[in-house]
Ligand binder design. Sequence first.
Ligand code: AMP
Ligand code: ZN
Length: 129
Amino acid sequence: MTEHDDNAAPRAHDPDCLFCKIVDGRIPSRKVYEDEELLAFHDIHPWAPVHFLLVPKRHIVSMAHVTESDAPLLGRLMALAPRLAREQGCNPYPAGGFRMVVNTGAEGGQEVHHLHVHVIGGPRPWLKG
Ligand code: AMP
Ligand code: ZN
């Protein structure tokens, strides 16, 4: 047991999940950022000059599965995103900026069922979005 195991299964893991495999290093990724709880890596099919995914390492299926106890983790994720966006080449606000997207469920366009935030930006035109 680690010091984290007593709190809402923060290390929950799905062995069949693509992003859990990326978190584990079983599938390679181009890392943008990593700490104890969060990982960011470049999207394999970028829509724009900057397009990375920011994920909790813990297997949270989607935004529909988020509870109050996830607020600190997701707060950290949201607070980290602007810094990484700038470091990855998004231009400064207000002329620049970036888009953050969290697809949720089938009607929300979610394909990978491990919560992830798309951070998309850079000079237009973009392929999508
Ligand atoms: P979503 O539709 O929000 O579930 O988006 C899933 C995203 O994951 C898509 O933009 C894919 O291009 C991206 N993706 C799928 N496989 C990989 C991978 N192995 N490495 C990086 N990004 C991936
Ligand atoms: Zn997962």
